[in-house]
Design a protein around this ligand. Structure first.
Ligand SMILES: Nc1ncnc2c1ncn2[C@@H]1O[C@H](COP(=O)(O)OP(=O)(O)O)[C@@H](O)[C@H]1O
Ligand SMILES: [Mg+2]
Length: 397
């Protein structure tokens, strides 16, 4: 499953932003306040809306009037995501559209929720799921491609409330193929909100396969990898040693009161350091290695400013790992303001964000003839960014 296009309307500074032909690794660069975090927040919002409901998800980030673009509270928030997925052995381009608005009392509700794709080579896209204020239908025999449109079974449904996503209500039923696939994409996407202090802490013993969004289960994931996938663990350790001078071993210990903590062995000392006493960059590098070598990668991963706390020379290898992760099935979005990261990014992977009259505009750098010519002549994106040459890019995607 891969995201091909994203169209966002009326979500904070993203008044009308469309990304087309989204690559497997997409890197978003821009000054402070240009809208990078806001773009990633859209994905966090959607995950939260699915887990809870739209009102709760909006409340957490300030409520509808705060989230809608300033001066546009009388317009709906629209999130449209187009992705490729295989249904009945045929690859389809599926579009999910969500429109959120408020009623006269300021209560948010889902104005429209649609899932559509073309059934055949010709014809207009067919709505497999179409809900309006909590009522609508989903097609329950969508895999019957040989049947005419009239023969598809429309399963009429009324949701518990108009702020619950239909893909939540119906998505657990396997017979709604596209709905359950999209639901599981959202449930499994990882919008990193990594906190070094959280990753340093000891945690109650338990089992964890994936690193959590805050990184607070790092000791458990490390222990799990060490015990169940020694090959991956050895690979992580090898890279870690190469990148952090002096580092020789990472181990986990279980304390008497049932907590797991990480220990880092520096070759120069006899006793290892517990995670609380190693540097920020050391913890972060280790956590990224664990995240990016996940034997079961997330279908979609968002990481904000991976450069923070890391030694600039390590960033090239990190970009390479992000690209590898994207190649092996998981799509990756990264935001950055580091020339060192950008120097390792391909022009087709790069998007430049800038504010124009208070609204974020996204420019695809490959579409800028001057930037493209400079890159073709051997320049690197980070160098151009340092010379303020990317700011002039004026091709919206
Ligand atoms: N409702 C809103 N309408 C318009 N702009 C907003 C709204 N809410 C926040 N903003 C602006 O959007 C910007 C958010 O930028 P942010 O995504 O954090 O940027 P970055 O991560 O690139 O530094 C800020 O400049 C903020 O003032
Ligand atoms: Mg930010």
């Amino acid at each position: 499953m891969k995201i091909e296009r994203i169209h966002i309307k009326n979500f904070r500074a993203l008044y009308d932003v469309e990304l087309r032909d989204v690559p497997s690794l997409a890197v978003f660069v821009g000054e402070n306040g240009s809208g990078k975090s806001t773009l990633f927040n859209v994905f966090g919002f959607l995950k939260d809306a699915l887990k809870n409901n739209v009102s709760t998800a909006l409340q957490v980030i300030g409520g509808f009037n705060e989230v809608a673009t300033r001066g546009h509270c009388n317009e709906p928030i629209v999130i449209e995501i187009q992705f490729r997925m295989t249904i009945s052995n045929v690859e389809r381009l599926v579009t999910y559209r969500l429109e959120i608005f408020t009623d006269e009392h300021g209560i948010p509700f889902i104005q429209r929720e649609i899932l559509r794709y073309k059934r055949g080579r010709y014809g207009s896209p067919f709505h497999f799921l179409d809900f309006n204020k909590g009522r609508g239908y989903a097609i329950s025999n969508e895999e019957d491609f040989d049947k005419p449109d009239e023969a598809l079974t429309k399963d009429e449904q009324t949701l518990e409330s108009s702020n619950i996503l239909a893909i939540k209500g119906l998505g657990q039923f396997q017979r709604f193929k596209a709905a359950s696939a999209f639901r599981s994409l959202i449930e499994n996407w990882h919008v990193s909100d990594f906190h070094i202090t959280a990753a340093r802490q000891r945690v109650e013993a338990g089992v964890a396969e994936h690193l959590s969004e805050s990184g607070d289960n790092l000791p458990l994931v490390t222990r799990n990898l060490y015990e169940r996938d020694s090959e991956t663990f050895a690979q992580i350790l090898k890279k870690f040693r190469e990148r952090i001078p002096g580092m020789s071993e990472v181990t986990t210990v279980v304390t008497q009161d049932g907590h797991v903590l990480l220990r880092f062995q520096d070759g120069s000392f006899k006793d290892p350091f517990i995670a609380r006493y190693v540097s920020d960059g050391t913890i972060k590098m280790f956590a990224y290695l664990v995240l990016l070598h996940d034997p079961n990668p997330h279908p979609f991963l968002c990481i904000e400013e991976p450069e923070n706390q890391l030694y600039p020379k390590l960033l090239g290898a990190l970009v390479e790992e992000l690209r590898d992760y994207a190649k092996h099935g998981g799509q990756v979005f990264v935001s950055t303001h580091s020339p060192d990261v950008l120097n390792h990014v391909e022009i087709d992977e790069a998007f430049f964000l800038k504010k124009e009259n208070g609204a974020t505009k996204v420019h695809r750098l490959a579409a800028d003839k001057q930037v493209k010519a400079l890159i073709d002549a051997g320049d690197k994106l980070g160098w151009l960014w340092n010379q303020d040459l990317l700011e002039r890019s004026n091709h919206t995607t």
